[in-house]
Design a protein around this ligand. Structure first.
Ligand code: ARG
Length: 477
């Protein structure tokens, strides 16, 4: 226990190495506590956002007459110097100063002296960090959307290049009906398009500026929040100071959306893993995107797809981590909230690297169209035979039953549907005529001529539509 009674607070200035908040303390923080509470290793990533926010804040303070123009000029010159140091990776960080915000402020004090002490007027680290993080995340959302867009381009170009590749479509991972590979790939285009929609929507809500909220109650200075928001390119200012410093739902919306995107990437990755097996044999991995085995000379492994699949867990973990951190926190700011950044940054890095590498890999896959085509015929045309009977007037349920018995017959006699003669068919129903012998993979595909169906002309339309959407993204960017 430190003995405090004998010292006179009025006489005690903070020691040389004190923290900006050191005034009410007599003893210095334990190095254990410094290490335990520091967020510097993580939030140093916000350095440029922090300086940018401070520049806008200092300009506003001077504009409103809250600090003098002379002080503001010194502060701004110092901040610009710090920005240069960050860009050149020369800013020396001090672990004892908790976080990036205090590091920037203390570096400013080294450069400009006493004027630096006026920068934190009408501001708290609580509204500061909320602002910095929103700025960072807005940029990250733009980058994530660009990465999703790049994977969409890969999918559409690959679909377009392989317009006539047929493959079995699956349900329950059992061969179901023939589909075009292009149709299958465009399914992922649609998923990613919704991911972009979710992020675009989340962006609107994170594009609101907290500065001016102070620690939690607002600030007792005539600040111009709109001016700061304008300079920092926010569309609006937050409406409630307590909410502004205490919620991280904008982080959660990103993580929720990133989780869904990773789930989509993971399903694509899983299909690439499956398709590259000898059992499926639908694709050959490009050498540059595969790895070998240290013991089995024949192996060519889909490690990229496997790792993308695995890292989905990290992104879900980030979402659950921040949800759990926030749950049950009383208003307003709590130090717990410092723990939002590590999962957020990790999720962003994980998602972006997965999207980027998948966008590179997909166009380099070799599709073994003979192999996938071979697996798309046979019994997969059973639905078409039932639909054929239906077109002759038989109720579909009955047709289903008739064809079910034909399938049973084929299996018992080791025959394929295409080996049956008209006489064979007619033993099951006299509605069969010559036309049934013309059912094949292409007639099956062509028949699914509905909007959103796998008929070749619909898929060609879908590719055109996808390209129009991609052009719209580019116009909006
Ligand atoms: N490093 C802190 C965080 O990331 C900054 C805000 C600290 N505020 C405070 N009152 N301790 O949340």
């Amino acid at each position: 226990m430190a003995v405090t009674e004998e010292r006179d607070p009025a006489a005690n200035g903070p020691p040389e190495t004190a923290k900006p908040w050191g005034g009410r303390f007599i003893d210095t923080t334990s190095p254990l506590v410094d290490a335990y509470t520091s967020s510097l290793a993580v939030d140093r990533r916000l350095a440029l956002e922090d300086v940018r926010g401070s520049i806008a804040h200092a300009r506003m303070l001077a504009h409103q007459g809250i600090i003098s123009t002379a002080d503001a000029e010194e502060i701004l010159a110092g901040l610009l110097q710090i920005r240069g140091e960050i860009e050149r990776d020369e800013l020396v960080l001090n672990e004892a100063l908790e976080d990036i915000h205090m590091n920037v402020e203390s570096r400013l004090a080294q450069i400009v002296g006493t004027a630096a002490g006026r920068l934190h007027t009408a501001r708290s680290r609580n509204d500061q960090v909320a602002t910095d993080l929103r700025m960072w995340l807005k940029e990250a959302v733009v980058e994530t959307i660009a990465s999703l867009h790049d994977l969409q381009i890969s999918l559409v170009e690959t679909a377009s290049e392989h317009r006539r590749v047929v493959m079995p479509g699956y349900t329950h991972l059992q061969r179901a009906q023939p589909v075009l590979l292009a149709h299958h790939l465009l399914a992922y285009f649609e998923m990613l398009e919704r991911d972009i929609g979710r992020l675009t929507d989340a962006y609107i809500r994170m594009d609101v500026m907290p500065l001016g909220s102070g620690a939690l109650a607002g600030v007792p200075y005539p600040v111009d929040r709109e001016m700061v928001a304008g300079e920092l390119e926010f569309s609006a200012v937050t409406a409630n100071s307590i909410d502004a410093v205490s919620d991280r739902d904008f982080v959660l919306e990103y993580l929720a959306s990133a989780s869904i995107s990773m789930m989509h990437v993971s399903r694509l990755a899983e299909e690439i893993v499956l398709w590259s097996t000898s059992e499926f044999g639908f694709v050959i991995l490009p050498d540059e995107f595969a790895t070998g085995s240290s013991i089995m000379p024949q192996k060519k492994n889909p490690d990229v797809a496997e790792l993308a699949r695995a890292r989905t867990g990290k992104v879900y973990g980030a979402l659950v981590s921040v949800l759990t951190t926030m749950k049950g926190l009383p208003l307003a700011y709590n130090r717990d909230m410092q723990e939002d950044k590590e999962p957020l940054f990790a999720a962003y890095d994980t998602l972006n690297s997965a999207l980027t590498i998948m966008a590179e890999m997909v166009p380099r896959l070799t599709f073994r169209s003979q192999q996938s085509r071979r697996n798309a015929g046979g019994m997969l045309l059973a639905t078409d035979v039932a639909d054929y009977l239906t077109s002759k007037g038989m109720p579909f349920r009955e047709a289903h039953n008739v064809v079910g018995r034909i399938v049973q017959y084929c299996e018992a006699n080791r025959r394929e549907l295409r080996q049956l003669t008209l006489e064979d068919y007619r033993r099951f129903s006299d509605l069969f005529d010559e036309e049934v012998l013309r059912i094949n993979v292409w007639s099956s595909l062509r028949a699914r001529d509905v909007p959103g169906g796998t008929a070749p002309r619909r898929v060609a339309q879908a590719i055109r539509r996808a390209r129009t959407i991609l052009r719209q993204h580019e116009d909006e960017a």
